[in-house]
Write a protein that binds this ligand. Structure first.
Ligand SMILES: [Ca+2]
Ligand SMILES: [Ca+2]
Ligand SMILES: [Ca+2]
Ligand SMILES: [Ca+2]
Length: 281
């Protein structure tokens, strides 16, 4: 009840003829706590995941028709938000106290706030939206046993290997990941569509200068890939390095080491006796 101060004017009369006397009585109506506190609105706030302890999320406010009442705020225990937030009991400011992780706690947290005036409680639900940060690096996926790839297909933009990237962040663009060349530019490769590792140019098989029947070391091409996401700033993870070997199509006949061999065999050699071992290349 609001304190009011009505002024009462009293008149006293006595005798005949009467005499009167007038006085003024100032009546103080004592306020008692007979009204509940009321929250001024439904509250909703937002906070980035990984926000530092002490980060202010929002402030709740309330009114109380009893002028003299002092309202104190508290959080109701329990639920997914337990331990993640605290409230200043005097000001109603809600701050971060725990580790908020969008990937494990989800995109929305709910806290129950109580306001107490010493006798009466009011409760409200505060919704806090958790905003996603780019805090998970993408992961690279290469086909098994792709560390040494052999290919005869050397044409420009022909696909050498298909790779992929995944990212456990919750929202785009933080979770949008592609495979990319680790270096901004490489001479031999290009990644098409974020996954198809392809020749940048035609890469024909080369023979060794010393022996035209042997493969040149220049046929081995190393490429380093990375899984990269689209967050700001972007995160990336290196893939296992690849070696792509250009091999010749079957254009050589097998060759013996010599064109003529002579071998002596004992005249009592039994069936199954090994005369000699020949090798061709
Ligand atoms: Ca009250
Ligand atoms: Ca996270
Ligand atoms: Ca995240
Ligand atoms: Ca990410």
């Amino acid at each position: 009840m609001v304190v009011t101060r009505p002024l009462w004017v009293l008149t006293a009369m006595q005798g005949s003829p009467s005499f009167t006397s007038t006085t003024t009585v100032d009546v103080n109506v004592q306020d008692i706590n007979d009204n509940h506190p009321r929250f001024t609105q439904l509250f909703r706030g937002s906070v980035f995941e990984n926000a530092s302890p002490g980060t202010v999320v929002l402030q709740v406010t309330s009114t109380d028709a009893d002028e003299a009442d002092v309202t104190q705020y508290s959080l109701q225990a329990g639920g997914a938000s337990s331990g993640l937030f605290a409230i200043d009991r005097d000001t109603g400011v809600i701050t971060v106290t725990g580790h908020i992780d969008h990937e494990s706690t989800g995109h929305r947290l709910v806290v129950r706030v109580a306001a107490n005036d010493g006798a009466f409680n009011a409760e409200t639900t505060v919704t806090i939206d958790v905003l996603d940060e780019n805090d998970v690096a993408p992961v690279c996926h290469l086909p098994a046993s792709s560390d040494a790839i052999q290919t005869v297909d050397d044409a420009r933009l022909s696909v050498v290997v298909n790779a992929s990237a995944t990212d456990d962040d919750s929202t785009s663009p933080n979770r949008d990941a592609v495979v990319s060349l680790r270096d901004r530019w490489t001479r031999d490769f290009v990644v098409v569509g974020g996954e198809a590792v392809s020749w940048r140019r035609s890469m024909p098989f080369q023979t060794a200068l010393s022996d035209r029947r042997r493969s040149s070391p220049l046929n081995a091409h190393r490429v380093t890939l990375a899984a990269v996401d689209a967050g700001r700033p972007a995160l990336w993870t290196s893939c296992s390095p690849l070696t792509v070997n250009v091999v010749a199509e079957n254009e050589f006949s097998p060759q013996f080491g010599q064109s003529y061999y002579s071998v002596a065999v004992p005249n009592n050699a039994a069936a199954g006796f090994t005369v000699m071992t020949l090798r061709a290349r």
